[in-house]
Design a protein around this ligand. Sequence first.
Ligand SMILES: [Zn+2]
Length: 182
Amino acid sequence: MKYLMFFNYLIRHKWHVFIECCRYGVPWRGISHDMSKFLPDEFIAYANHYRANHISSQLIIDPIGFESSPYYYAWLIHQKRNPHHWQWWILYGKDSHPRVIPMPEKYLKEMVADWRGAGRAQGQPDTLAWYQANKNKMMLHESTRMKVEQLLQHDRIVNSQYNRGTATVVNSLNLKAADNVN
Ligand SMILES: [Zn+2]
């Protein structure tokens, strides 16, 4: 049952990300997005974690420490397999000093599509606000950061135009309704 629940969630998540990737002109990134989560070494641990987070009546405490938890191991593998995660682009050289490599456009767009898709699913459609609150936790190359912010700003403008358009239609309907009352 827990596998079916997670499978269901994963398909929904992939659908949301696919829609966003199409808007950004990278549909193939949307199709291949998070495919590795169907592999057993990711799927099982993610499904267990998903179930633990969604059964609120049962507080499941992981008895194993952070380092050896199957979920964190799966997350680690997932990040190494998927260049749409910014962590993929951090290079540790011999001096153990991290170097941040610029993300190619298609992966950067897939990353933002992933944030937007996740936000929609969780009822937090304001990705720019989410990004502002979380940007200091991410290691992004200067050029990547600039492009990410341009993309989010552009989305904010497009969305507000859409909302304003909707508001105009709603207001005109209200006016018509008011006319009818009088
Ligand atoms: Zn992913």
